[in-house]
Design a protein. Structure first.
Lengths: 227, 227
DNA sequence: TACAGTTACCGTACGCGTACGAAAATGTCG
DNA sequence: CGACATTTTCGTACGCGTACGGTAACTGTA
């Protein structure tokens, strides 16, 4: 029996309670004070088990990641990389709350390392050096993160207030004459933005990255001609 | 002379003061209370001129954007798109504080619309339809944003505490055996992450996107084979 | 029993963004 | 001179994350 005051809280209980609030009432309702209340404890007591709120969210993500089965993947490296990236995207998109933490680092919960490994592995199988594969992985990750952040944040803003996003009027006004392309689609901007084109874009990005580091290919700083 | 209490504050003065704090002491020091103090005013007085802090930051960005000259660009659409994207990236990377607002929407200050227009225009010149060009632009923007966010946030974390990022120990432990590729570069992870490979990645992404929507090309949902 | 060591908890306090409504300072009108 | 409408400023208050230092509850040892 270890010495010291016996714990009343436990990391597991904290994570479970936090996850429950998250699922039931959304990320806005999850605060350290609220969580402590739920656990009949003081807010600062949580900080003995958790460094900060970000780490708590990360731990919740880890818990989720553990339960995600690893699917069978295509043989072809290029297809495989695309498939994993898409899978990762969709899993994260279902959990809007993580976006706030994801930015903190480029790797996530330990259990989610599988995704990193798969993506780097696919790039290596395709012919990349390990260093190149890491760069490919990071580029894809940056794209996914940027996409998620914009999607989540603007969705959240829409749900809070009914005023449209910041500068839509700016588009309409500024662009006439000066910015012909923008003007020509200004009225359909939101529609075009909402369309989930991420499948196509992700595929194209993967192709572009792998092509640039392809087998029998020296890294090219700029590829000017087409094909 | 309009009726009503004469203003003591002005939007311009607010923006200027905020920008000064930002340049001089960094984003951490810019708070609404501090800013109000600087202007010999009460915090809530600012909110008559500005919707919220995010909008204030956006206005500062707008002020910066006005002063950025529009450079000459390459003729070739593909090169041009890459050049604009790189330029945009570098301009934003110099202003780490904006990252926090950028997420709020996919377009930024009105003056920055020039970038959007240039990128969409280049894609159109390359042979994209307008709709496709918007998708290309957004994909590139997502990548840039994701890259910036990770770069800025992790840099900020490093500067605050000297403890390394979250799960580096997790990499080292978890990955041995299970995740061979990660294990093989675990010790060099930070080094590889820091390397600014964004030029190459951005070029490759642009190429991939334009190829996928290229001239004489039907939009392909998945391109499986190579070349 | 007394005391030290160790672990877990918590009370207080700070600065943050900002919602809300009252108050101040001007114009105009009767 | 009021009375009023209009515009701007501001005092108060809420909930947030969390730094800091104290206290409580247990173990072992003297």
């Amino acid at each position: 029996m270890p010495p010291g005051r016996p714990p009343r809280l436990s990391l597991d209980a904290i994570i479970t309670a936090a996850d429950r609030i998250l699922e039931a009432e959304g990320p806005d309702k999850l605060s350290m004070r609220r969580l402590a209340g739920e656990l009949n404890s003081a807010p600062m007591a949580l900080y003995h088990h958790v460094r900060d709120k970000d780490q708590l969210l990360l731990l919740i993500l880890e818990k989720h990641a553990e339960q995600i089965p690893h699917p069978d993947l295509p043989e072809d490296p290029q297809e495989r990389l695309t498939a994993v990236a898409l899978l990762l995207y969709e899993l994260l998109a279902e959990r809007a709350w993580i976006v706030e933490v994801l930015a903190a680092g480029d790797l996530f919960a330990p259990s989610a390392l599988w995704f990193v490994e798969s993506m780097i592995g696919a790039a290596v199988d395709h012919g990349c050096t390990t260093e190149q594969a890491v760069e490919v992985y990071r580029a894809i990750w940056h794209y996914i993160l940027g996409n998620l952040i914009i999607r989540v944040i603007s969705a959240r803003r829409r749900s809070r207030t009914d005023t449209p996003v910041y500068g839509n009027e700016a588009i309409a006004q500024m662009s006439i004459g000066t910015y012909p392309h923008i003007a020509s689609i200004a009225d359909r901007w939101d529609e075009l933005s909402d369309r989930d084109s991420h499948r196509h874009a992700l595929t194209a990005i993967v192709n572009g990255l792998l092509d640039s580091y392809g087998p029998n290919t020296q890294p090219r700083r700029h590829r000017v001609g087409r094909r």
